[in-house]
Design a protein around this ligand. Structure first.
Ligand SMILES: [Zn+2]
Length: 93
């Protein structure tokens, strides 16, 4: 029996993917590819409870280490997160 992999198009990055989709955190119903799911999870992790300089610096360190090992869309997302964090950090000071 031949296993047919159904290709689905991710509405977030417009790329085709196979396998299990992830649920977008934006509306909890849009199915997106696992890469996008990962990057959304990263964004919400990075931006939750950032209410002190220490936490922001901590998150910047984590994001920084992810940026160097990432590529494509996720890379762009991470850079965006970093910008948001840096902006927050400026406001804290
Ligand atoms: Zn995607």
């Amino acid at each position: 029996m031949v296993k047919i992999e159904i290709r689905k198009k991710c509405p977030r990055c417009n790329e085709y993917y196979t396998g299990h989709p992830a649920l977008s955190r934006a509306d909890n119903k849009t199915k997106i590819c696992s890469k996008c799911g990962e990057s959304e999870a990263m964004i919400s992790f990075a931006l939750c409870n950032i209410n002190s300089k220490e936490i922001i610096n901590d998150r910047l360190n984590v994001i920084g280490s992810f940026i160097s090992g990432s590529s494509g869309l996720i890379h762009l997302h991470l850079i965006k997160i970093k910008d948001i964090l840096l902006e927050k950090l400026e406001k804290e000071e």
